[in-house]
Design a protein around this ligand. Structure first.
Ligand SMILES: O=C[C@H](O)[C@@H](O)[C@H](O)CC(=O)O
Length: 272
């Protein structure tokens, strides 16, 4: 039985686009975060008018041209596979605008949504400007590309990061949560994980659980799955031999990423 937090690929053709994944507020139980992954054959196009949401259009793989009004970002995208481990290009667009995505090559495009709290300029988030950081030690090492971190004021509510976790390591670990609107101690951010594995037949373990265990789901997550994190801790464990990739979308009442580590496991941070 697949957990109610886990979404297998949809792979539904809609016009020229294949909707690979679609986790929207209407059907996910989330109030803030939405996510679509679309696949486009060369020359295909996808068009959408954003209602009340802002959107980060991530050129996940392949090259695309993104148009919004007089803005044209031609031939953006840096990689054929996320496992080339290089940052990619994205475009931020505020709510109420119409976006058009045309594929130059076969492409996969992540559309990351959250409430548009106030209008902001459409802008390219160029790969060269995406900050990269190494987190963790021992067996919780991971590499993070901060596409739209809370330090970047380009968005009004949206946060987008991508994370690489190597064989035999954990990420989002020690387990942390951000499910209380209680700044400065903790922020409330819903989250989605779009997962890829290399090689593709791999899986990772992800647990989503709360302190009172009223929510406690442990999943074997496969290539192309989305995991919804409405609340709770959400660690990921990567079996030996595989590399994990995931793209996170986060949003909540305040655009601050302030998490709280599970006190049972925070001690691992104190090791030399
Ligand atoms: O809250 C953010 C997400 O859980 C991941 O982006 C996580 O922070 C990645 C990591 O630090 O391992």
């Amino acid at each position: 039985m697949v957990s109610h937090l886990q979404r297998k690929p949809l792979n539904e053709q809609r016009g020229e686009a294949k909707i690979v994944q679609e986790v929207m507020k209407q059907d996910s139980g989330l109030q803030y975060v939405g996510f679509r992954l679309i696949g486009l054959e060369p020359g295909a196009a996808y068009e959408e008018t954003l209602a009340g949401d802002e959107c980060c259009i991530v050129a996940l793989t392949g090259r695309i041209t993104v148009t919004e009004g007089e803005h044209v970002f031609a031939g953006i995208g840096t990689r054929e596979s996320v496992f080339e481990r290089k940052a990619t290009d994205s475009v931020f667009v505020s709510g109420g605008k119409t976006i058009r995505v045309e594929s130059v090559t076969a492409a996969q495009v992540a559309l990351c949504y959250s409430p548009s709290l106030h209008p902001l300029p459409t802008k390219l988030i160029a790969a060269r400007d995406v900050g990269s950081e190494q987190r963790g030690k021992y067996q919780n090492r991971r590499t993070v590309h901060n596409i739209l971190p809370d330090s970047d004021p380009s968005a009004s509510s949206l946060l987008v990061v991508e994370v690489y976790t190597d064989s035999g390591n954990f990420s989002s670990y020690p387990p942390h949560k951000h499910d209380r609107d209680n700044l400065p101690d903790e922020s409330f951010l819903e989250e989605t994980y779009y997962h890829e594995l290399d090689p593709k037949q791999g899986f990772v373990f992800q647990r989503v659980y709360t302190d009172d265990r009223s929510l406690d789901e442990t999943m074997a997550v496969e290539h192309g799955d989305v995991v919804i994190v409405p609340a709770g801790y959400h660690p990921v464990g990567v079996p030996d031999g595989y590399t994990s990739y995931y793209l996170n979308v986060m949003a909540g009442p305040t655009r601050v990423w302030k998490f709280h580590n599970d006190p049972d496991h925070a001690w691992i941070l104190d090791r030399d």
